[in-house]
Write a protein that binds this ligand. Structure first.
Ligand code: HEM
Length: 115
């Protein structure tokens, strides 16, 4: 179950990134829906992957969660579509940036930091 949810989280992260990239209907709604799944699966990963976590895990995963929350909230705002062209483009860029950093930290701790 633990690995299954981690892989689901990975798949959702990829879909989230692609949906933000495309950033027009229906992708904006897909990004927001996938954002909710990332939140739930991420909370589960946080509880299950804490045991035997490597040095620095707690701090970096804490930072990752804050960055991920930023990306998810931006995806909600983008899906709502209130904002002119320039504002939407800015929101999209900042959401993509945060999602990218969240993915790098997550991938590092899942696959490289656990010797
Ligand atoms: C924009 C949203 C998010 C993205 C793009 C994202 C991305 C990722 C990726 C790519 C991984 C690695 C998965 C793997 O290697 O199979 C990961 C792991 C993880 N994520 Fe997320 N994530 C997001 C949101 C969250 C949230 C909201 C939480 C917590 C509430 C969270 C907690 C975790 C944890 C605990 C891990 C496992 C770290 C470890 O194995 O030590 N993530 N995430």
């Amino acid at each position: 179950m633990t690995n299954g949810i981690l892989h689901l989280h990975l798949l959702m992260a990829l879909i989230f990134f692609i949906a933000l990239w495309r950033s027009r209907a229906p992708w904006t709604n897909i990004a927001a829906a996938v954002g909710v799944i990332l939140l739930l699966s991420g909370a589960y990963n946080f509880m299950t992957r804490m045991e035997g976590a490597p040095r620095g895990w707690h701090m970096f995963i804490g930072i990752k969660i804050l960055i991920a929350l930023h990306a998810i909230v931006m995806s909600f705002l983008i899906a709502r579509g209130a904002g002119d062209e320039a504002k939407l483009a800015r929101w999209r860029k900042s959401a993509l940036g945060s999602a990218g950093v969240a993915m790098l930290i997550g991938l590092y701790f899942s696959n490289f930091a656990r010797g």
